[in-house]
Design a protein around this ligand. Structure first.
Ligand code: AMP
Length: 404
């Protein structure tokens, strides 16, 4: 069902949001993007006269239990989210320290249209991550309609993201605005994109991105590779990588990808120079060397200025751009230049060349935020793993469950 066709007036809407936000030791949210992006869906449902029951996970309470084997209900409570959520939606939020029990049921029963109730962390139940039917059924009993807006968790087949949807007929379930926007963003790149299409792939490991790279070979005109990943490709070309981070067991995969690219007429662009440091620290002595010529005792930490210039030229001529993964160790100021320059090039192509640019989750999102350019690209995804899987062409369980 299309979101705006969902009949919600006077109904209780069970809304799965993704409030899995970073929270520091003082209980302060350090990045509230996911809460901010869930606000339009919440506000729309309130305006339409629904009562809202929000559920989300936070962290990994089942994997990080207390020494006595119980769930740490303090560390992983959703309570710190309340005030930030209230600020974004402009109304009060009720909270229960319960998800499907008597307390939660009583709070849902007392809920009036226009009011918002936040339930406690869905992952306090071991059944959540197992997609447990009984847990999902108990969740489903809390709402008349189900809205899934948790894109960041859409690649998980969990009770609150996928199984719960089985208990609602198609006219009583839908995606929210955020999920709709994320799907539209990915579709824009995958279905008949404006050409040339350039994918910029970086980050630490080739192994995490093999499936993405395979898929990109089918539809990208250019693939730019940066980050530590590039050193495994350099090894595949017989280069010297010194002490750089590499995956020696993925050298053959890198070779195969380079060969397939030739066959498919996709150009893979590797860095031509590298900023190397003596050790993995911001203050380490550094210099620029040619790619494939990194001496022992030095490690590659960023792409060099010639690579920036070449990559920027390709980006400037692109009409569709996907970016996933930083070009270097951007968390260290002295090695963030390559990543920042690529962020600027993507923003410029968006503005001056009318390119559609999608920042595909995870560390590249932190990188555009750090560069202050998040509002100058076409779309910034809230889901790292989910966006990656969507772009790899996989059907995400959270999406399939709404569509079925
Ligand atoms: P990923 O999660 O695979 O996208 O990887 C992101 C991480 O890759 C970031 O934390 C970067 O610091 C790291 N990274 C990027 N380039 C390098 C490099 N040259 N050496 C070590 N780590 C890197």
């Amino acid at each position: 069902m299309k979101f705006e066709e969902l009949d919600v007036k006077g109904k209780t809407a069970l809304v799965r949001v993704d409030f899995n936000v970073p929270i520091d030791e003082d209980g302060k949210i350090t990045d509230d993007t996911r809460i901010e992006k869930a606000a339009p869906t919440i506000q729309y449902l309130l305006e339409k006269g629904a009562a809202l029951v929000l559920m989300s996970h936070l962290g990994r309470p089942q994997q990080e239990k207390l020494p006595d084997g119980t769930v740490d209900k303090e560390q992983f409570s959703l309570r710190p989210v309340i005030t930030t959520l209230e600020d974004h939606i402009g109304c009060q939020v009720e909270f229960v320290e319960d998800t499907i029990g008597e307390e939660a049921k009583a709070a849902v029963k007392a809920l009036q249209p226009g009011h918002v109730l936040l339930l406690e962390n869905t992952r306090f139940y071991a059944g959540e991550e197992k997609g447990d039917e009984d847990l999902a059924k108990a969740m489903a009993a809390l709402g008349d309609v189900y809205v899934n807006d948790a894109f960041g968790a859409a690649h998980r087949e969990h009770a609150s993201t996928a199984t719960v949807a089985k208990f609602f007929p198609s006219e009583k379930k839908s995606f929210g605005y955020l999920m709709g926007a994320e799907l539209a963003g990915a579709e824009k790149l995958l279905d008949n994109p404006a050409r040339p299409v350039t994918a910029i792939v970086g980050g630490a490991k080739v192994s995490d991105k093999i499936q993405l790279l395979e898929k990109l070979l089918d539809f990208a005109d250019h693939i730019i590779i940066g980050g530590a990943m590039a050193y495994t490709f350099s090894l595949a070309q017989g280069g010297k990588v010194g002490n750089s981070l590499v995956e020696r067991d993925k050298v053959d995969t890198a070779k195969q990808l380079l060969e397939k690219a030739k066959a498919k007429n996709t150009e893979i662009h590797l860095p031509v120079d590298t900023v190397v440091g003596k050790e993995f620290s911001n203050e380490t002595p550094s210099k620029v060397v040619a790619a494939g010529a990194i001496e022992d005792g030095w490690e590659g930490l960023d792409i060099g200025p010639d690579s920036v210039a070449r990559f920027s030229r390709i980006i400037a001529e692109s009409k569709s751009i996907l970016w996933n993964g930083p070009m270097g160790v951007f968390e260290m100021k002295n090695f963030a230049k390559g990543t920042n320059a690529i962020a600027a090039a993507v923003a410029k192509a968006t503005k001056e060349n009318g390119a559609y640019s999608l920042i595909g989750g995870g560390d590249s999102v932190s990188a555009v935020n750090q560069a202050g350019l998040a509002d100058q690209v076409s779309f910034v995804s809230t889901g790292g793993g989910a966006m990656l899987e969507l772009l790899e062409g996989k059907e995400l369980p959270g999406i399939a469950a709404i569509r079925s």
